[in-house]
Design a protein around this ligand. Sequence first.
Ligand code: G4P
Ligand code: MG
Length: 183
Amino acid sequence: MDKYKFTYQDIHRTVRSLAERVTAAGYETDVIVAIGSGGFIPARMLRTYIDRPILTVGVAYYDKDNKPTKNPRKVQWIEEAERELKGRRILLVDEVDDSRATLEYCVRELMSHGPATIAVAVLHNKLKEKRGAMPKEVALYLAGLDIEDKWVAYPWDAKDIDAHDVAAAADRATGHGAPVVAS
Ligand code: G4P
Ligand code: MG
């Protein structure tokens, strides 16, 4: 199996288990912050279980001239972040913890707005050497699943969602594509 293929149903179940673990850890969320665009759909699913407002941020790895950059930069940020985040308990959501560079960057930027605390929840954490580090201010880090360092095909990237689901089911039937380690 060259890639993991997750269906919307898989993602929804993973989100539910993440929400349950956030609650079990006693973490109380005031505001969900979604990192776009991969974190948008997971954050909305999470709100079904943790009913808090969602703010969104966007970062990119290209500059104004569309040239790749090594480090992320903000392309969209919460307006009046200081007012929105000061003293609040943030739950930061993204789909995948890959190099961890984006996550580290976002946590550091959010910390600069003086939240009470910050927790990080990702659907999938790739087990690999990370370029970024989780800042020590992060009160809670949760990954829905720990996975091998392979590409993940998410349902929202599928041009043909039915073919995507069929391929995911076929992987599963052959015993492939079964993830992974509950984190
Ligand atoms: P990290 O801190 O969360 O580990 O993110 P990193 O900077 O390493 O990721 C760079 C981009 O690559 C991110 O997209 C991330 O979502 C995407 N990515 C990494 N691994 C995978 C994968 O296995 N499958 C898919 N589909 N994407 C992956 P981005 O620049 O934030 O763009 P967007 O797609 O979220 O808009
Ligand atoms: Mg992303």
